[in-house]
Write a protein that binds this ligand. Sequence first.
Ligand SMILES: NC(=O)c1ccc[n+]([C@@H]2O[C@H](COP(=O)([O-])OP(=O)(O)OC[C@H]3O[C@@H](n4cnc5c(N)ncnc54)[C@H](O)[C@@H]3O)[C@@H](O)[C@H]2O)c1
Length: 251
Amino acid sequence: MATGKLEGKVAIVTGAASGIGQAVALRFAEEGARLVLADLNASDATLSQIVARGGEAMTVAVDTSSKDSCDAMVAAAVERFGRVDTGVFAAGIRQDPVSVLDLDLAALQKMLDINMMGVFHSARALARQLVAQGGGGTIVNLASTAGKIPIPGSGPYCMAKAAVIMLTKVMALELAELGIRVNALAPGFTSTPMWDPEKGSDEDLWAMSMTPMKRTGTPEEQAEACLFLASEASSYTTGQVLYSAGGQFVD
Ligand SMILES: NC(=O)c1ccc[n+]([C@@H]2O[C@H](COP(=O)([O-])OP(=O)(O)OC[C@H]3O[C@@H](n4cnc5c(N)ncnc54)[C@H](O)[C@@H]3O)[C@@H](O)[C@H]2O)c1
């Protein structure tokens, strides 16, 4: 239900063409935010849905693994809307399982460039803008339960997500006095193009064996959790990791 939780706010969402990022963009627009839809792929489908519902949005082509591209993304947002208030950094990739011993270094580098440095460049570029605006604002970095539990065969992904969690905590402390809140969302298995195993397959059964609720999450459920972290609903919360993961972590 829309209650104007982001009325008047400007939000940048990376990964806005698909999955969780797309759901976040649609939900934020519903709450009154003006959206900057940033992705390597075209976010036109997200844009047209927002516009059809009377919202305001722009698309930006970004490669989050590039510092210059992320700086240009924030600059484009400021040029269009005059300011930015929040960012959800959901651009990311997944790779086929491989052991650390057999890992191809180019593949490892690609994972770190996108899933770790991509969040770093995005969050830093936005934080610099928030500081220039005089403080305030929120940053939500997409981590994963894989940033906390080691998964054999997913070394690069786990390394990158663990780094995102620590980046989030360090930035939160550095920016707390300026009223800039930095939190991470750590989804569990969520039905998107990134996580789409056939029901009953070995991969699906493995995922469900780790998930007490015995179902995958939806992008809309993750978007709701992002809305909490990005909005005033979490006004006294910073440096935290919200595990939206069907009970994977209960400590
Ligand atoms: N789906 C899950 O089960 C799950 C679980 C935990 C964490 N996550 C994380 O949530 C985030 C979103 O995942 P998703 O499931 O929505 O995936 P998705 O594949 O549906 O969407 C990812 C988007 O990121 C974009 N992207 C990839 N590389 C990019 C780059 N270099 N620059 C800009 N955009 C780029 C893609 O074009 C795509 O639109 C990711 O960080 C992912 O690691 C997903």
